[in-house]
Design a protein around this ligand. Structure first.
Ligand SMILES: [Zn+2]
Length: 387
């Protein structure tokens, strides 16, 4: 089994174009509503048409000045708007805030926990420092300090929201959160006691750029691999016919080549790069993946630097943990050979398999093979996190 102490998992957005269209529509609606309101107000205040225009400009300027961060809010006529991002000129994009956003057809309890009073509290935090104090109070972290200032408020809500959700469900022991600039290829990494978050990706978090890097470029690489393999096969056939005039390539070679192309095409068509749930949960899914590693470490000592809490357990517990770890490695093998893969990264090694499938398990994703969700059911019913 390959042991790794660092992990990397980006989870990309699914429907970027739809999202953009929806976003632009909503933005246009909000903009016309806001401008309409401003115009009505000014018409009452002054009859001077030139003055009117100047005032509109001024009021927009004030909004721009006020909106320093994604997530900043303002109230117009009793409706709350928030800054969902910035355009290329750094002008804030205001979006209407949904008070109760219900997901249709959701069959898990993530929405319930995410609309709990504690999470509501998280939504009122405007400054980054409040998040780590909140996390410490909720026994998520072992220290009330983290370099949250390096991350935008909207990303912090998703990151800390995911931490809270998994804490409620699986009760991991308090961990350290470190936010710092990491290697460009890593978004986050974790072991049984720490999650490191790459501040470069979350200041602010740009899901579209993230999607392009991890999905479109990923697909391009897969496509290039198919082209290269086909070229390679052509070369083999040519060389063979030069050396063996009039003869055909042996069947074993043909079968091998066909299988190679088949697997590459299958990967290109079917596997996403990483496990993710929806376009709205990218940053949260990154954290859930890392928490898969944290739980795998705290429950059975199965990641990173080995068994981290064996001495404090009974022999009986350790025996059971060993057998669960062995079973994990066995089903990983079965999974890789079986063909029904949820993401390419899940085939990387048993640790990543556990973390990737954990994201799907948490979301009750139907793509996750049944024998794996049964394994997780057993795993979490038998174990208890300990750091
Ligand atoms: Zn990982």
């Amino acid at each position: 089994m390959t042991k790794k102490s660092k992990h990397f998992i980006p989870s990309p957005y699914k429907v970027v174009t739809d999202y953009e269209n929806e976003f632009i529509d909503e933005w246009n609606k909000n903009l016309s509503l806001a401008v309409d309101n401003v115009l009505k107000y000014i018409a009452k205040e002054t009859a001077n048409a030139i003055k009117k225009v100047n005032n509109i400009d001024k009021s927009l300027d004030i909004d721009i000045e006020k909106a320093h961060n994604i997530g900043d809010e303002k109230v117009y006529q009793g409706i709350t708007y928030y800054v969902s991002g910035f355009n290329s000129k750094h002008i804030p994009l205001w979006r209407k805030k949904d008070k109760k956003k219900k997901k249709i057809g959701s069959n898990n309890d993530i929405d319930k926990i995410m609309s709990s009073p504690e999470i509501e509290k998280l939504n009122t935090l405007k400054y980054t420092a409040g998040f780590s104090v909140w996390a410490y109070d909720n026994k998520i972290t072992d220290s009330p300090y983290a370099d949250n200032v390096l991350v935008d408020v909207k990303s912090l809500r998703l990151i800390y929201g995911a931490l809270y959700y998994i804490k409620k469900k699986y009760n991991f022991q308090p961990i350290k959160i470190r936010i710092l600039p990491l290697d460009d290829k890593k978004t986050m990494c974790a072991n049984g006691s720490i999650i490191e978050i790459n501040s470069k990706f979350f200041c602010p978090f740009d899901p579209i750029k993230y999607w392009n890097n991890t999905h479109i470029k990923y697909k391009e690489r897969q496509r290039d691999a198919i082209i290269e393999a086909n070229e390679e096969i052509k070369k083999i056939v040519k060389e063979f016919s030069l050396e063996n005039p009039g003869k055909e390539l042996p069947d074993y070679q043909k079968n091998y080549d066909n299988l190679c192309i088949y697997n590459l095409v299958k990967r290109y068509k079917e596997f996403p790069c990483w496990t993710y749930h929806s376009k709205d949960s990218v940053a949260a899914d990154l954290v859930i993946h890392e928490l898969g590693h944290v739980l795998n470490g705290q429950c059975t000592g199965a990641i990173g630097y080995g068994v981290i809490n064996r001495k404090e357990r009974t022999d009986e517990y350790n025996k059971m943990a060993d057998s669960l770890n062995e079973e994990r490695d066995k089903i990983f093998k079965r999974y890789c050979e079986g063909g029904k893969i949820i993401s390419e990264y899940s085939t990387y090694n048993p640790d990543e398999f556990f973390a990737e499938c954990f994201v799907a398990y948490v979301h009750k994703d139907k793509k996750l093979p049944d024998y794996i969700s049964k394994y997780f059911d057993k795993y979490f019913s038998k174990t208890k996190p300990l750091r």
